[in-house]
Design a protein around this ligand. Structure first.
Ligand code: RTP
Length: 158
């Protein structure tokens, strides 16, 4: 996931099927672009049950786990998977997304603006640099799926 704390830091962001179905992909992309981050990976997939279970392995003992996997894999709409790059993008991404509990997600955050239900919270973002590394490998495992590119102005902006 790039180098932590530098402009090459990377995070995994996914618009979940409810967010895709509600037409919020463009808004999510705009927010990250406008903040100054660089999109280095993007694809839409309906994940297998195995992939969703691996992604949420830490939550496998929780009572909502089965429903969570079903929500991610139901195929009503794909998951739009992204890798974003830039300074402090892991922590900034979490801040931009907002708290998991809808009652705590501040207005102006993505969840605070677009959702009211913890089980339909439209977006995922890696919660640490180490999670980002794992999740990027899991969702973008194939060679050539991530593109390194250089905006002309990057050096003096960040
Ligand atoms: P995410 O991993 O999706 O970015 O979410 P998060 O870190 O903010 O929250 P986490 O605790 O890791 O939970 C992962 C996802 O599980 C669903 N969830 N449902 N009580 C419930 O029904 C419940 N709690 C959590 C949410 O979709 C949450 O994003």
């Amino acid at each position: 996931a790039g180098v932590k704390g530098t402009a090459s830091e990377r995070t995994f962001i996914a618009v979940k099927p409810d967010g895709v179905q509600r037409g919020l992909v463009g808004k999510v992309i705009s927010r990250f672009e406008e903040r100054g981050y660089k999109l280095v990976g993007l694809k839409a997939i309906v994940p297998s049950k195995q992939l969703a279970e691996q992604h949420y392995a830490d939550l496998s003992a929780r009572p909502f786990f089965k429903g969570l996997v079903e929500y991610m894999t139901n195929g009503k709409a794909p998951v739009v998977c992204m890798v974003w790059e830039g300074k402090d993008v892991v922590r900034q991404g979490r801040a931009m997304i907002g708290a998991t509990n809808p009652l705590e997600s501040a207005p102006g955050t993505i969840r605070g603006q677009y959702c009211v239900s913890v089980g339909r919270n439209i977006i995922h973002g890696s919660d640490s640099f180490e999670s980002a590394e794992k999740e990027i490998n899991l969702w973008f495992g194939k060679a050539g799926e991530l593109i390194d590119w250089e905006p002309a102005t990057w050096g003096w902006i960040m």
